[in-house]
Write a protein that binds this ligand. Sequence first.
Ligand SMILES: *Cc1c(COP(=O)(O)O)cnc(C)c1O
Length: 354
Amino acid sequence: MRGPELSPPTIAVGAGRPARRPGAPLNAPLTLATAFVPGDGNDYSRQANPNWLPFEEVLGALEGGRALAFSSGMAATTAVLDLVPVGATVVAPEHAYAGTLDLLQQRARRKLLELRLVDLTDTAAVLADADGAALLWMESPTNPMLDVADVATIAKQAARRGTAVAVDNTFATPLRQKPLELGADFVIHSASKLISGHSDVLLGAVVTNQDRGYRAVEKRRTSMGSTPGALECWLATRGLRTLHVRLDRAETNAREITARLEKLSGVSGVRYPGWGTIVSFEVDKGAKAAQKATEKSDIIAYATSLGGVESTWERRRRHPLEPKPVPENLVRLSVGIEDVEDLWADVERSLTTV
Ligand SMILES: *Cc1c(COP(=O)(O)O)cnc(C)c1O
C-alpha cells in the first residue's frame, strides 16, 4: 500500500496486509514459530517475527517513522532510557505515568542518571532545565493530570542544543499528535491502551525516524528479550484497524461528559485538554468519597488502565507509586464508546450519592 499521501484512517485500515495474490489471506496469519529456515537474516523469534511486522508497519506509517514493538509500554520505555550514557542528565515531567517516574527514580538512585523533574506546561523552565541534558522525556497529555506540553517549541529548541527528545504519545495516539513531525526523536507507546483498545493486550512500541536510534533500540530489544508475543501483535494490529472510529466516538463522549462534570456540584478541578478520551476531576468530599464513588458505578468499570472500548475509572492515588502532586481525591475517567446518556447517568448517580 502506498504510504504518506493517504489519510490516517486509510492507513490504519489498509497498511500491513499481505500482498494481494490469488489465494492470499487478507490478514497476516498468526505465526506460532520460534525458529525459521535460515537464509533471510533473522531465524529466531527474539530477533524478528512475522507477526510484529504488520503492527510495526501500521503504527510506523501513522507516526511517520519506523516502529519497533515491545512486550509492554514499560519495556519500550526501558529500551529508550538504556540509550542514556551512564551519569547523564534526564529531564522528565514532575507528574507523568507512575511506572515511568518510578523507573527514572530507580535509575537516579543507582547513579545511572541524574534526574530533573519539570512542569511540562512551563516551556521556558523545561528548556532551561534541559540545557546540557542527554534526554528530555515528555508525556503529553500527562497521565493522569492531563498537562499538555508545547512539544513543537520544546523539541526544536532541545534539538539545537543536542538533547534527545522522547515523547510518550499513549494518550494522544498518532491520530491526535505526531511528535516526530514536531521534532521529537523517539515516540513511545503503551499499545496496551487506545491502540489495542479492548483491555486484552499488553504491548508497547518505540517509533523513530532516525536510523541510528532505530538500530540501537532494536539491539536493546534483542539483547533484553523484551520482545512482544505473536498473538499480542496480531490483536493490536486488529485494534489499529478501528482506532480512528473508537477514538472519535470516545472523544465525543468525553467532551460531553466533561461539559456536564464542570456543572456538577460536588466536583471541581475538571481536567480535559479539549481532545482525547481521558478526563480527570476531583471529588470535593475528599479521597474516601472519591474511592467510594468509583467503586459503586454500574456501567463504568472500577479498574485501572485506560483506552478500552469500555469506560473505566479509579482514584489514582490508591496506587502507592502514584506521584504526590496528584491530588488524593483525583479520579481518572477513561471514557469508552458506550451511549453517552447511559454513561452520564452512571457518573452522576455514583458521584452524587456518596
Ligand atoms: C500504561 C502506560 C504506560 C505503561 O505501559 P504498559 O503497557 O502498561 O507497560 C506508559 N505510559 C503511559 C502514559 C501509560 O498510560
